[in-house]
Design a protein. Structure first.
Length: 751
C-alpha cells in the first residue's frame, strides 16, 4: 500500500471537501481518503497496482477542483505556485474593496427607505434604482463570480455547497430588485416592502469576501509550526571534496560528504562526528534547552546550532531523509489527518446544504401563503440561504488539530495523527517501561561477586567469559557487562553457538566451556543451584540493582549487580501524571524486588515485574480488558508489540526506530515531562474542538429559525439579510480564531 498527500485548490466550504473525498474514494484502488478543509489537503492510501497519482488527480479535476502533490520540505519551492497564490490574494483584495465601497454607498442610499426617515445629508441620486442597478451588477457578477462558478460545478455534480447557498441568496435579492426596477408599478406597497434590495446583494457579497480574506489569513497562521520547522533548515553547507573546501547549496550535499562546522554555525544535515568536538543546541528539534556535548562517533542533527567548538562530520542523511524533514513530514501528515470527532460534523455537512435549500423554499411558501406578502417571503428566504453556512462546522476540528499538532512539534512531541491526539485525553492508565524510559538506559556494573571471592585472578577469567558472550547481545545489560570488562582491560575472545533467549538471558560456548548469563528464574529453569549466592543477590535487588547470574558448565560461578540511574525527570513526571488523575504503572522484565524498589523511588505503586517481552503486549491487553484506555511508554525493540497494541503508544525518541515506528506519539528528547505535555495538549485541543463545534452548531440552530422569521409574529422583527450575511461571514472566522488560541498553550501552566 502507498500513501499520498495532495494539496487541493478551489474548495470554498466543508461540503466541497466532502465532494472531493467522495470523488477520490470512487477511484478503483483507493483504500482510504481523508480531506482536510482547514489544511486544504487530501491524505490518501491506495494500491499502486490499481491506480496512480494521475488517475486520482483526474478524479479531482472531474469534480471541479485541482490537486497537486504536496512538496517535500527539501525540494526547491515552486515559484509559480507562490505567484498563483499571491495573484489570487490580490484579486480577492481588489474584489473586496470594490464590493465594500459599493455596499457602503448602497446602504447609505437605502437608509431612508429602511428607516422611513428623511435625511437631507444623503444625496437624492443615491435613491435612484437605475444607479443602484449599475453599481450592484459588477459586484454581483465580477466580485461574486466565484460563487456562481462554484454553484455551477456543484450543480453539474448534483450536489450543493456553500457557493450554492450564496449564489441563490444573492441572486434572489438581486433579480427581485431588477424586476422591481424594470416594473415599479407591478408591486404595491405592502408590509415590509422597501422597494429594492440591491444593498443586500452587494453587502452580502462584500461580507463573505471579507470573511474569506480573514479566514485565509487565519488559516495561514495555523500552519505557522510547519513554516517554523521548514525555516530551520540551513541554506548552504561547507563540504570537503578532493581536499578542497566548498560552500554548496544544501540540496547538493550527498551521503558520505565530509562537512565542516565552525562555532555558531548551523549544522546543515544529519551525520556522525569524525573529527573534533563541540556542544550543540538541539532545542529547535528536541525541545531540550541544554546544549548537548558532541564528540567522535556521536550523531548530529541537521538544523541544530553548533555552540563552542569546531568539528567535521560525515553526512549520513540528506534531503527528505534528514531528521528535520521526517519531523516536517510527520507533522504535515498529522495535520492532514481526521479526528474521529470530525465524523459528526462530516455527517451534518453531507445533508446540511440540501436541507437549508428545502427550509428556504418552505419559508417562502409558508410566508407567501400566510400573508400574501411577496417581499416578506423573499426576504426571509434570502435570509435563510445566506445565514446558513457549513464552513464553521468544516473548520471546527481541522484548525484545532493543525494548531495542536504544530504546538506539539514545537515542544518536541511528534503526534502521528489526529486520532492519537484525540485519544490521548481519554487515557486512564499509563504503563511505563523501566529501562530507557524511567531510567537512563545506560546501566553500569557496580558489583561483581564470584563464588571464590574477588581476591584472585578467577574474577578476570570469569569476566572474560561473561563479556565475550554478552558482546553478541544488543540488550543494555549486556552492553554494561562489555563496558565493565573493557574498563578492566579484559581481552574478549570468540564465541560459538551464541543464543539470546528473550526475557531470560544469553548463552554460548567460549574456549570450549558452556556459558549462560541471565535471570535467577532462568538459572533455576536450567537446573543450576543458586542457593549460595541468593542472599547476596537479594541484597543487591534491595539496593535497586538488577542481578545477572552467571553459570559455567551448568554451575553458578558469579553474579553481577547492575545499576541503571533514574532519569532526573522521572519522579517529577510520575507525580505530574498522577496529579492529572492518571494511574501510573511500571512494566519490566526485572525481578520483583528490584522493580518494586525502583518503582517506590519514583512514586509508582502498581508494578508488573518479571514480564518477558512476548508477555508485555498481553499485559496491555489485560489492562484494556478492565475497560481502561491504556497508554504504553517504551523505547526498545521488545516494547514495539505493546506500543502497537496500546490505545496510545508513546515512544522515547532516543530509543529504537522500531519502537518509534510502532508508536502514536514520539518524545524527541526522551524527557518524560513530554508525556505530561502531550496529555495536557490533547486535553486543551479537545476542549477547543468542543468549543468550536458548540459555536458552529448553536450558530446554525439559532440563526436559521431567526432568519426564517420565527420572531416576526411575536415582536414584528425580521432579520435583515445584511446582518445574516455578516453573521455567516464571521462564523468561520470566529471558529478559526478560537483554534488559534491554542498557540498560547503553555505546558507548565495548562491543565
Amino acid at each position: 500500500m502507498d500513501n499520498l498527500t495532495l494539496k487541493l485548490r478551489g474548495m470554498s466550504c466543508a461540503s466541497c471537501a466532502s465532494s472531493i473525498e467522495q470523488a477520490i474514494q470512487s477511484v478503483p484502488g483507493v483504500i482510504e481518503c481523508h480531506v482536510n478543509f482547514g489544511m486544504e489537503q487530501a491524505t490518501i492510501q491506495y494500491d499502486s497496482k490499481q491506480t496512480n497519482l494521475e488517475t486520482i488527480q483526474s478524479a479531482v479535476d472531474d469534480a471541479g477542483y485541482q490537486a497537486l502533490p504536496l512538496q517535500e520540505m527539501a525540494a526547491v519551492e515552486d515559484d509559480s505556485e507562490q505567484a498563483d497564490r499571491k495573484s489570487e490574494s490580490q484579486t480577492l483584495q481588489r474584489k473586496l474593496w470594490t464590493a465594500g465601497i459599493v455596499s457602503i454607498l448602497l446602504v447609505v442610499g437605502a437608509i431612508p427607505a429602511m428607516t422611513g426617515l428623511h435625511l437631507p445629508f444623503i444625496p437624492a441620486w443615491l435613491h435612484n434604482y437605475w444607479l443602484q442597478l449599475a453599481l450592484t451588477s459588477p459586484v454581483q457578477f465580477w466580485c461574486g463570480k466565484s460563487f456562481y462558478v462554484g454553484a455551477w460545478k456543484s450543480l453539474k455534480r448534483r450536489v450543493a455547497t456553500m457557493d450554492t447557498l450564496i449564489a441563490l441568496g444573492t441572486s434572489a435579492a438581486y433579480f427581485y430588485s431588477v424586476f422591481v426596477t424594470f416594473f415599479p408599478g407591478l408591486f404595491t406597497a405592502q408590509g415590509l416592502n422597501s422597494g429594492v434590495y440591491y444593498e443586500v446583494a452587494a453587502t452580502v457579497v462584500a461580507l463573505i469576501l471579507l470573511g474569506k480574506t480573514l479566514e485565509n489569513r487565519a488559516k495561514g497562521e495555523t500552519s505557522e509550526a510547519i513554516r517554523k520547522l521548514m525555516g530551520l533548515q540551513a541554506k548552504t553547507a561547507r563540504i570537503i571534496r578532493n581536499g578542497e573546501e566548498l560552500e554548496v547549496p544544501i540540496a547538493k550535499v550527498e551521503i558520505g560528504d565530509i562537512v565542516q562546522v565552525r562555532p555558531g554555525e548551523q549544522i546543515p544535515v544529519d551525520g556522525e562526528v569524525i573529527e573534533g568536538g563541540s556542544t550543540v543546541d538541539e532545542a529547535m528539534v528536541t525541545g531540550e534547552s541544554l546544549p548537548v556535548k558532541k564528540q567522535l562517533g556521536d550523531e548530529v542533527i541537521g538544523a541544530t546550532i553548533n555552540k563552542t567548538g569546531s568539528f567535521k562530520f560525515r553526512a549520513t542523511r540528506v534531503g527528505k531523509d534528514t531528521f528535520l524533514a521526517q519531523i516536517v513530514k510527520m507533522v504535515q501528515e498529522a495535520q492532514g489527518s481526521k479526528a474521529p470527532i470530525q465524523k459528526l460534523a462530516d455527517q451534518v455537512t453531507g445533508w446540511f446544504v440540501p436541507t437549508v435549500i428545502a427550509i428556504a423554499l418552505a419559508t417562502f411558501i409558508i410566508w407567501f401563503n400566510a400573508t400574501g406578502n411577496f417581499t416578506l417571503a423573499t426576504v426571509t428566504m434570502v435570509g435563510v440561504l445566506i445565514i446558513a453556512c457549513p464552513c464553521a462546522l468544516g473548520l471546527a476540528t481541522p484548525t484545532a488539530v493543525m494548531v495542536g499538532t504544530g504546538k506539539g512539534a514545537e515542544n518536541g512531541i511528534l503526534i502521528k495523527g489526529a486520532e492519537s491526539l484525540e485519544l490521548a485525553h481519554k487515557i486512564k492508565i499509563i504503563v511505563l517501561d523501566k529501562t530507557g524510559t524511567l531510567t537512563e538506559g545506560k546501566p553500569t556494573v557496580t558489583d561483581f561477586v564470584t563464588i571464590k571471592g574477588t581476591a584472585n585472578s578467577n574474577e578476570l577469567k570469569l569476566l572474560q567469559l561473561a563479556a565475550s558472550v554478552e558482546r553478541n547481545s544488543e540488550h543494555p545489560l549486556g552492553e554494561a557487562v562489555v563496558r565493565y570488562a573493557q574498563s578492566q582491560e579484559v581481552k574478549l575472545t570468540e564465541v560459538k553457538n551464541f543464543e539470546a533467549i528473550a526475557g531470560s538471558g544469553v548463552r554460548g560456548v567460549v574456549v570450549g566451556k558452556s556459558i549462560a548469563l541471565g535471570t535467577l528464574r532462568w538459572m533455576q529453569e536450567l537446573g543450576c543451584d543458586t542457593e549460595y549466592l541468593e542472599l547476596r543477590g537479594r541484597a543487591l535487588e534491595a539496593a535497586s540493582k538488577t542481578v545477572v547470574w552467571m553459570a559455567v558448565e551448568g554451575k553458578i560461578e558469579a553474579i553481577m549487580g547492575i545499576a541503571d540511574a533514574l532519569k532526573p525527570s522521572s519522579a517529577q513526571a510520575v507525580k505530574a501524571l498522577q496529579k492529572l488523575g492518571l494511574e501510573v504503572a511500571m512494566l519490566t522484565g526485572d525481578n520483583r524486588a528490584t522493580a518494586e524498589s525502583i518503582a517506590q523511588s519514583v512514586g509508582i505503586t502498581r508494578v508488573f515485574a518479571e514480564v518477558r517481552p512476548h508477555q508485555k503486549a498481553a499485559q496491555i491487553k489485560a489492562l484494556q480488558g478492565e475497560g481502561k484506555i491504556v497508554a504504553m511508554v517504551g523505547d526498545g525493540i521488545n516494547d514495539a508489540p505493546a506500543l502497537a497494541l496500546a490505545d496510545v503508544g508513546i515512544a522515547i525518541g532516543t530509543g529504537t526506530d522500531v519502537a518509534i515506528a510502532a508508536s502514536d506519539i514520539t518524545l524527541i528528547s526522551g524527557d518524560l515531562q513530554g508525556i505530561v505535555t502531550a496529555i495536557k495538549l490533547s486535553r486543551a485541543t479537545m476542549r477547543n474542538i468542543r468549543e468550536n463545534l458548540f459555536f458552529a452548531f448553536i450558530y446554525n440552530i439559532a440563526g436559521i429559525p431567526i432568519a426564517a422569521g420565527i420572531l416576526y409574529p411575536i415582536f414584528g422583527w425580521l432579520l435583515n439579510p445584511i446582518i445574516a450575511g455578516a453573521a455567516m461571514a464571521f462564523s468561520s472566522v470566529s471558529v478559526v480564531s478560537n483554534a488559534l488560541r491554542l498557540r498560547n498553550f503553555q505546558a507548565k501552566s495548562s491543565g
